[in-house]
Design a protein around this ligand. Structure first.
Ligand SMILES: [Fe+2]
Ligand SMILES: [Fe+2]
Length: 191
């Protein structure tokens, strides 16, 4: 995910066909998709870190499965960034390391807190994607189709984590997560 191209098991939801984007729209779409790509790098790190410290084998297995599913998302973003002549964020190693550490810590806190952390992450990602769908408007239909499929996937990931025993997080923890995500959104938009 850092350097090596991601491989997807599902084809991109972006419908094939020509598209006409003005230069300003292409650049803006490239920035938004770069931010979203960073989010997927962080999600993979979160799942991988947590899978390592989760004590219950079925939880670790579910986390590894979820990390594999996020690989589709990474690959779709990489493909779309190439189409837009965009690039991935220079800050991705930082987001990966930070998210891996947070995931490992969450896993060590036990099943309820760890999976609660995953459920809250997916909920925040879902809200973030809905916001980006609005920002894209109708001009960039290909990017929008990817974000819509992804919103659906992230909702399922969140629901699965809650089903496996994820518990609600304390308000300050959820607020700290929102702050971190805002930092990532801002950093990857520009860098
Ligand atoms: Fe994802
Ligand atoms: Fe997800």
């Amino acid at each position: 995910m850092l350097g090596a191209p991601a491989h997807s098991t599902r084809t991109t939801p972006a419908a094939p066909g020509g598209e006409v984007l003005c230069e300003a729209q292409r650049r803006e779409s490239g920035r938004l998709m770069r931010v979203n790509h960073s989010g997927e790098v962080a999600a993979q790190a979160l799942y991988q870190g947590q899978a390592l410290t989760a004590r219950q084998p079925e939880v670790a297995q579910a986390l590894r499965h979820a990390a594999a599913e996020e690989a589709d998302h990474l690959a779709w973003y990489e493909q779309r960034l190439r189409e837009l002549n965009g690039r991935t964020s220079l800050l991705n190693p930082l987001w990966y390391a930070g998210s891996w550490a947070m995931g490992a810590l969450a896993g060590a806190l036990g099943r309820g807190a760890g999976l609660g952390f995953v459920a809250e992450t997916e909920r925040q990602v879902e809200l973030h994607l809905r916001h980006h769908i609005q920002r894209l408007g109708n001009a960039d239909a290909r990017s929008k189709a990817i974000l819509e499929q992804m919103t659906h996937d992230e909702m399922q990931h969140g629901a699965q984590a809650a089903l496996l025993g994820g518990q609600g997080l304390p308000i300050p923890v959820a607020a700290a997560m929102r702050l971190t995500s805002r930092l990532m959104t801002y950093g990857s938009y520009w860098l």
